[in-house]
Write a protein that binds this ligand. Structure first.
Ligand SMILES: NC(=O)C1=CN([C@@H]2O[C@H](COP(=O)(O)OP(=O)(O)OC[C@H]3O[C@@H](n4cnc5c(N)ncnc54)[C@H](OP(=O)(O)O)[C@@H]3O)[C@@H](O)[C@H]2O)C=CC1
Ligand SMILES: O=C(O)CCCC(=O)O
Length: 485
């Protein structure tokens, strides 16, 4: 292990305002998925560090929660300014550890930072209520208070935005936070913590622990001082966290997997739908929970649509995200690559056809998979049932509106769905019938800081973003007052 220390730069954890773990014996390497090269290492923290972080966050809560919203807003805006000033460096770091093209990483930095400025403002609008009482000598006041110490566990696909979408509303509400970034992408998180420190966010308010996820998660779930857990990642891990959170009835927000249908009706603007499908399917190489998974095209327009879609795909360039002109970077790791290969094999063995496969950068060592269109797909194939998280586009056809609604809803997931149609009444019929939390109607990029992001069914619990997102970090207290009148 000491060899790791000698060979690679160590990025320590951030606990109670200090950088810790550089001296400890165990480290985990961080790899660039575009080249397979190690770019640094992080301390492999566990129960001890998880507990230290909660100790710090719990101490800090006493003073942070008592600051005025204005004071917290001021510090959040300082953090926002520093992130903005350092966004090129942050984006480059993100591309190095995550693989997404630099232009997407820059886009993510703006998106991520948008949550900070938005919640710096929204924190000032945490209003209470007065409620008319049933007796003349009573008054009822309702106030909202921060839930306490929040544990945030985040994934590798959006190394900055998934942190700020949780941490910015939590801090604005007066909560303090302990964060566990994904092992594949901890460096962006640690850089964000460095800038929070520089901005003057007090020690203990924001802590980042890296290392053994199950140990860290368990320590936080068992600790009654952690009153809220907010998670983005796989449905499987989300269910485990929810089960264990029941032990001391923690509040839980979960943003989990998806299986987004993309529906193209026979009256759709097909060119617009083809461009939209490229955006929705291939953003982050298909590794987004709201990425299109299943494509349903009306049988009357399927051939014409596939030609247009293929033309758009031919324009995409696969390669190292740091290189100029790259549209699709590598997948996150070898497991992800193997899964995508398995899904294509399963489809072709069962009657599906590869009708387009883009150019693969054979000279690179990374985990690349070229954009691929599959046709002749049926709903029983693995690529239609599982979350693909990769650049393959399985196309199936349908005959009627009723049929496609039923097939689109036939999933345990309910995160995002996309519909392309030019008919107003049909737009309402379909969007209202879809059992999904996010609908893109003639729109492939519905994400924004001010919207309620979250899913139905096994896609999660709660909403992130917008005014909905801050409610997840607030308790409601009412005070019933008896008066002598
Ligand atoms: N909804 C979404 O945005 C995402 C969905 N996914 C889906 O999940 C699949 C698997 O991806 P994967 O990275 O394995 O996702 P995971 O759900 O395993 O990881 C997400 C986060 O949870 C942490 N984690 C994992 N196990 C535990 C645990 N027992 N207790 C506490 N924290 C835990 C991880 O830490 P560590 O990295 O250290 O293990 C990471 O920080 C993907 O292929 C995709 O289908 C994945 C990422 C995001
Ligand atoms: O995959 C995710 O969970 C991140 C969502 C990205 C977005 O907000 O669009």
């Amino acid at each position: 292990m000491s060899q790791i220390k000698e060979k690679y730069e160590i990025y320590p954890m951030y606990i109670d305002g200090s950088w810790v773990g550089e001296e400890q014996g165990s480290f985990t390497k961080v790899t660039n998925p575009a080249t397979g090269m190690v770019i640094g290492a992080i301390p492999t923290g566990g129960t001890t560090e998880a507990k230290q972080a909660v100790d710090a966050a719990h101490r800090a809560f006493k003073t942070w929660s008592k600051k005025t919203a204005e004071e917290r807003s001021h510090l959040l805006m300082k953090w926002h300014r520093l992130i903005d000033e350092n966004k090129e460096e942050l984006a480059k770091l993100m591309t190095l550890e995550q693989g997404k093209p630099l232009k997407e990483a820059l886009g993510e930095m703006d998106y991520a930072n948008g949550f900070i400025s938005w919640y710096a403002e929204e924190g000032k609008r945490i209003y209470g209520e007065t409620i008319p009482a049933s007796q003349p000598n009573k008054r009822i006041l309702v106030r909202k208070e921060p839930v306490g110490v929040v544990a945030a566990i985040t994934p590798w696909n959006f190394p900055a935005a998934m942190i700020t979408r949780k941490v910015a509303p939590a801090l604005a509400a007066g909560c303090t936070t302990v964060i566990k970034p994904a092992t594949q992408t901890p460096l962006t998180a640690l850089k964000l913590a460095e800038l929070a420190h520089e901005a003057g966010i007090p020690k203990g308010v924001l802590n980042v622990v890296t290392g053994k996820s199950s140990e860290i998660g368990e320590a936080w779930l068992k600790d009654p001082r952690v009153t809220k857990i907010t998670f983005t990642g796989s449905t499987e891990v989300g269910k485990t966290l929810m089960r264990n959170a029941a032990e001391n009835v923690k509040k839980v927000s979960l943003e989990l997997g998806g299986n987004a249908p993309f529906i193209v009706m026979d009256d759709a603007n097909l060119q617009k739908a083809a461009v939209g499908l490229v955006q929705s399917k291939f953003r982050n190489a298909g590794q987004t929970c709201i990425c299109t998974n299943r494509i349903y095209v009306h049988e009357k327009v399927a051939e014409e649509f596939t030609v247009l879609f293929k033309k758009e795909l031919e324009k995409l360039k696969v390669g190292n995200g740091l290189d100029e002109g790259i549209d699709i970077g590598p997948l996150i790791d070898r497991d992800a690559l193997e899964k995508v290969k398995m899904l294509v094999d399963d489809a072709t063995k069962n009657g599906g056809k590869v009708v387009f496969s883009g150019e693969q950068p054979t000279e690179l060592e990374g985990f690349y998979y070229a954009p691929t269109i599959l046709s002749g797909i049926t709903d029983d194939m693995a690529c239609m049932k599982e979350e693909i998280f990769g650049p393959i586009a399985p196309i199936s056809t349908f005959k009627t509106e009723e049929e496609v609604i039923e097939r689109a809803n036939n999933s345990v997931y309910g995160l995002a769905a996309y519909v392309y149609t030019e008919n107003l009444s049909r737009s309402f019929r379909i969007t209202e019938a879809l059992e999904y939390g996010i609908i893109g109607l003639n729109d492939a990029l519905p994400s924004a800081v001010q919207v309620p992001f979250g899913g139905y069914k096994e896609s999660g619990l709660g909403r992130e973003g917008g005014h909905f997102g801050i409610e997840e970090f607030l308790e409601v207290k009412y005070i019933s007052i008896g008066l002598e009148l």
